[in-house]
Design a protein around this ligand. Structure first.
Ligand SMILES: *Cc1c(COP(=O)(O)O)cnc(C)c1O
Length: 388
């Protein structure tokens, strides 16, 4: 068939050499996936079972990242979501029904708390918040209609490390699933499935991305039936992820080990330095004995990452805490930690029910890849701004 130049724009016969081999995964963008025949058309989400059907369920770039995260977490299936919070909501929407009950720690990532108390409550799912240090005591809170126990270890901001094996034992004795937000560990410093967890999620936005330039999440499981429920829900919800973001995350993965070990060493040095300061009441870093649940970190974790909190001694007003943060030059102020830039954020947790009485004296730090000495030199004069 002879083609007009207009048709050639869409249906080209141009040729390029074959056999190109790169070290990187190509970025496959696509909504439409072309089927070989009219009869082959399917709208099935499980691309491993039926082959590629639609961009919503992942192009090869997306499935490559999912498979790589799955491999690192020793799961059997991983589904990617547009962010960590989307991973949390996918799990809840896939597995819960009206009338169900969930248990959730008071230390949980705040948007997860809000999803529970607002949207899930609106759909008739009830919840009980529990102390993150509860351990085997969780058994007393399990009801007839409890379906899920959320865990997050260490917890957001207050950093409590949870006794996962004890919670898993109590949950499984009553046929309840345990979900872990494993973001702090980047999915590699805590082997969730080896400790009995049923479902893990991560904000890949954090250490896997590692450069503060993308939003992605993951949900991993070992059980094929759970994978079917999660995949079907994802199809219903329609949360696709960008192959370009996945390509950046695949790049991030390659340097995860070196970034994490540099960040771990620097964060530990900064945490120990802060622990010796007169302005600091305590340092909530899982690798230090001053952190609640430190013994579980020591027993269960393979290392530590770069996020921890400090509690200032009573005295400074919230404005004075803000002035301390604003005096920092290298530490920037902002959400979404685990990039190469160190961050500091002051929280007032006095308004969150069930949190320790730190009020506005708690500051969370995310250590990046700057020189540790420079970070200490940045902290020193800023701390001196605090009242004696
Ligand atoms: C950031 C974060 C999330 C949410 O991730 P987004 O990609 O920002 O949606 C979930 N859990 C924890 C513990 C986080 O720190």
């Amino acid at each position: 068939m002879t083609k007009s130049w207009k048709t050639k724009l869409i249906h080209s016969d141009a040729k390029i050499p074959e056999g190109y081999r790169s070290l990187t995964t190509p970025v496959y963008r696509g909504s439409t996936t072309v089927f070989p025949s009219a009869a082959a058309v399917r709208d099935t989400w499980d691309q491993y079972r039926v082959g590629y059907t639609y961009g919503l369920y992942g192009t090869p770039t997306v499935l490559e990242l999912a498979a790589r995260v799955c491999e690192l977490e020793s799961g059997t299936h991983t589904i990617l979501t547009p962010g960590g919070q989307a991973a949390i909501s996918l799990i809840n929407l896939a597995l819960l029904h009206t009338g169900d009950h969930i248990l959730i720690p008071t230390s949980v990532y705040f948007p997860n708390r809000k999803l529970t108390t607002h949207l899930l409550a609106r759909f008739g799912v009830t919840s009980t918040f529990y102390e993150p240090t509860i351990g085997a005591g969780i058994a007393a809170l399990i009801q007839e209609n409890t379906r899920l126990i959320w865990t997050e270890s260490p917890g957001s901001i207050t950093m409590e490390v949870q006794d996962l094996p004890a919670i898993v034992a109590a949950a499984h004795a009553r046929n309840v699933l345990v979900v872990l937000d494993n973001t702090w560990s980047a999915g590699v410093l805590f082997d969730a499935f080896a400790h009995g967890v049923d479902i893990t999620m991560q904000a890949l936005t954090k250490y896997i991305g590692g450069h503060s330039d993308l939003l992605l999440g993951s949900v991993s499981v070992r059980d094929a039936a759970l994978y079917q429920r999660l995949g079907a829900a994802q199809q219903n919800i329609g949360c696709a992820v960008s192959p370009d973001d996945c390509s950046l995350a695949l790049r991030g993965l390659q340097t995860l080990a070196v970034r994490l070990s540099a960040i771990e060493a620097s964060a530990l040095t900064v945490a120990k330095w802060l622990a010796a300061r007169r302005e600091v009441e305590s340092v909530l870093h899982p690798a230090l004995p001053s952190c609640p649940g430190h013994e579980f970190w020591k027993r269960d974790f393979l290392g530590s990452s770069g996020v921890f909190s400090i509690v200032l001694k009573p005295g400074p007003s919230q404005e004075q805490v803000f002035a301390f943060i604003d005096a920092l030059k290298l530490f920037k102020v902002g959400y979404s930690w685990a990039g190469v830039t160190s961050l500091a954020v002051a929280y007032d947790i006095g308004r969150i029910p069930g949190r320790p009485p730190y009020d506005h004296r708690i500051v969370r730090l995310s250590i990046g890849l700057e020189s540790t000495d420079d970070l200490l030199a940045d902290l020193e004069p800023a701390l001196q701004k605090l009242p004696a």
